[in-house]
Design a binder for this molecule. Structure first.
Ligand code: SF4
Ligand code: MSK
Length: 640
């Protein structure tokens, strides 16, 4: 990936990359260039530094590491450790949300409220908590204790796997994939991948699958559901996307990261009349809030706060010179932000003890003092506004309107109508050939690939084949910027069958389902499709496929593996760094299908990725003996 590529399809990003160049500012693309050529052993997955007899690399001359590990053992261990790290990230995020619920229930987080008591009760019942005639705070406390217990559980099964179809659970039990406890499986994975412990690549990957299932069916699912309980269950809502959402005359605050705890409170503080008055006193016309990465989607879904951009735009948003303060929480936050911010008046504020940056200001965020802390951060932004250099400001004007805020529950109502909450119309549309199937596009941005190109091209290819697309995280932001998340996009891009459905129901052809932890919503929606009937008995029977183009994070590895372990076909581009590990690659792309019904593909070109997904969906349609597609494929160009 050393050759120069087009950096982005987004004119806003391209203009700000140019501005960075003019002003001699270093960005992620420059640092990537400075890293060329990147290590071939690392890319092939055959480099090991697990013990200090190494580092060892597998070559033609040396087919084993010093301890005797083969390329496949080394590759499987590296892969499994990525899965453990990704799972740890989402599960630790979940733990923090559970602890917030506990504090809220005991009165230690009085600025927060239970926004969705009905969801709290439903979830409590799933966890075996009695809810009849019980005080809501007592229910919250009991639920938080039950949820916390799943982290330290040593034996047995985790609660929310019960949402999966029976046949999928049977497969997990038969294959020994059901996780026993959240922390236990992650710790065991790290143990097993020490030198001289688990040296069977199959056994290592089997445990990696068990770890990944924790993410999808426990950690992420708990984080998503409890976020709905505490911050409110999303409803379809209008949003705007791209850096053009910045306001030249207002105090601009960007929230960035993943945990909604801080950002939700910042929304409240920024809307406080006292704060707005202070901003006016400082010469601003108001306070403008925007988001980057998944924190953006969390506050978009619940408050309609605009999305400033996805992963590769975090430095660029500062390069506009118009961001007064960026407040970050956890995950996907580039250390490089600090150097960029130094060239402007922008303050970077960290709020998590777990995620600190030299050169940033740390503001301790405590549940007991949340709103006051958020106001303090907003006041810091107002102060920084006074130090703006108008000569440095350039805000590219592009923004796009879109709709976000779909969940496994509200799409149920949308599809079935207010009085008939059911997935029946969706299943029927697939069974009668109006819809070919459903596809999930998730994933990040990667500086080695043209920003947003894969997301947008794949989405367009799927839409014209009558496939309903669900997106989360940075993928949803990519397609939102390109106008694909508006109901009108169905006219322009969807096949005839999909267009009919979008028009009848009033939904966009791409359903925005939230942040990367919210991929768990997709698992719930697929389970609901199975229980509705007519599309098989397991998740692996449904005409569904997924991909994570432009991915870069360990969390994406984990998400993809829990999807495959749940029975879904997943294309990953770029390919896992396993090119030198023949057995592991063959297992992940072929043999794993006999075990779970899902498998990986690693196609390099966006149209080929979409076509692989379509072929898989058609294979599932054939196995279910569904009717032929009602309409011919729409002939429209998809290249961007
Ligand atoms: Fe080398 Fe084996 Fe140590 Fe890895 S574990 S660094 S292959 S000796
Ligand atoms: S933020 S994990 S770059 S989606 Fe969730 Fe975006 Fe990927 Fe981070």
């Amino acid at each position: 990936m050393a050759e120069e590529i087009r950096k982005s399809i987004d004119p806003t990003s391209l203009r700000l990359i140019e501005k960075a160049k003019e002003e001699n500012l270093e960005t992620i693309w420059d640092r990537r260039q400075n890293q060329q050529p990147q290590c071939g052993f690392g890319i092939a997955g055959v480099c090991c530094r697990i013990c200090v007899m190494g580092p060892c690399r597998i070559t033609k001359k040396a087919s084993r590491g010093i301890c005797g590990a083969t390329a496949d053992i080394i590759g499987a261990r590296n892969f499994a450790r990525m899965v453990a790290a990704g799972t740890a990230a989402h599960s630790d995020h979940a733990r923090d949300i559970v602890l917030l619920l506990r504090d809220l229930s005991t009165g230690k987080a009085s600025d927060f409220k239970i926004q969705d008591p009905e969801k709290l009760k439903k979830l409590a019942r799933e966890f075996g908590v009695e809810t009849d005639n019980k005080d809501i705070m007592k229910i919250a406390r009991d639920l938080s204790e039950k949820a916390l217990a799943e982290f330290g559980q040593q034996e047995g099964e985790l609660t929310l796997k019960n949402r999966a179809p029976e046949k999928t659970k049977e497969m997990w039990r038969k294959e020994g994939l059901l996780p026993r406890g959240i922390d236990r499986e992650i710790t065991e994975m790290m143990h097993r991948t020490n030198i001289g412990v688990d040296n069977d690549p199959l056994n290592i990957i089997r445990q990696a699958m068990r770890v990944a299932l924790i993410d999808g069916w426990a950690g992420s699912m708990i984080a998503t559901d409890l976020s709905d309980v505490i911050f409110g269950s999303p409803q379809p809502i209008r949003g705007r996307a791209n850096i053009g959402i910045l306001e030249k005359d207002e105090v601009n605050i960007i929230v960035h990261g993943h945990d909604p705890t801080v950002s939700d409170m910042i929304v409240r503080a920024a809307r406080d009349p006292e704060m707005i008055a202070k901003a006016r006193e400082a010469g601003a016309q108001g306070i403008n809030l925007g988001g980057i990465c998944c924190t953006a989607t969390e506050i978009l879904m619940r408050h309609g706060i605009p999305v400033a951009g996805n992963f590769l735009q975090q430095e660029l948003v500062i390069i506009t010179g118009a961001v007064d303060l960026m407040v970050v929480d956890i995950q996907c936050i580039l250390p490089g932000l600090i150097d960029v911010a130094k060239c402007f008046h922008t303050e970077i504020v960290t709020t998590s003890e777990k995620a600190q940056f030299q050169g940033a200001k740390y503001v301790h965020f405590d549940h007991s003092d949340a709103l006051a802390t958020a106001k303090k951060i907003v006041e810091m932004a107002i102060e920084r506004f006074k130090h703006r250099d108008p000569g440095k400001i350039e805000i590219p004007p592009e923004t796009q309107n879109f709709i976000g805020g779909f969940t496994a529950e509200n799409i149920f109502h949308f599809l079935g109508g207010r009085y008939r909450a059911t997935y029946r119309p969706l299943n029927n549309a697939i069974m009668e050939g109006r819809l070919r199937g459903v596809a999930a596009i998730v994933g990040c941005n990667h500086p080695g690939l043209t920003q947003d190109l894969f997301h947008v091209t794949i989405a367009r290819e799927l839409l014209r084949h009558d496939i309903l697309v669900v997106e989360t995280g940075c993928s949803a932001t990519a397609c939102a910027k390109w106008g694909l998340l508006s109901p009108e996009a169905a006219m322009e891009y969807a096949g005839e069958g999909l267009r009919e459905i979008c028009e009848a129901v009033g939904i966009p052809p791409i359903i925005h389902s939230g942040s990367c932890v919210d991929n768990s919503r997709i698992l719930v929606a697929l389970s609901n499709m199975v229980s509705e009937g007519g599309l098989g008995d397991a998740i692996s029977d449904i005409p569904v496929a997924a991909c994570a183009p432009e991915w870069m994070s360990e969390k994406a590895v984990t998400i993809s593996l829990y999807a495959v372990a749940s029975g879904i076909y997943v294309d990953m581009s770029p390919q896992f760094q396993l090119g030198g590990c023949e057995w592991v690659l063959k297992f992940l792309t072929e043999d794993i299908e006999k075990m779970t019904g899902g498998k990986f593909a690693f196609k390099l070109d966006p149209v080929a990725i979409a076509q692989g997904m379509i072929e898989h969906i058609d294979k599932k349609r054939e196995a279910l003996k569904l009717r032929p597609m009602m309409y011919p494929v729409r002939e429209i160009a998809v290249e961007v």
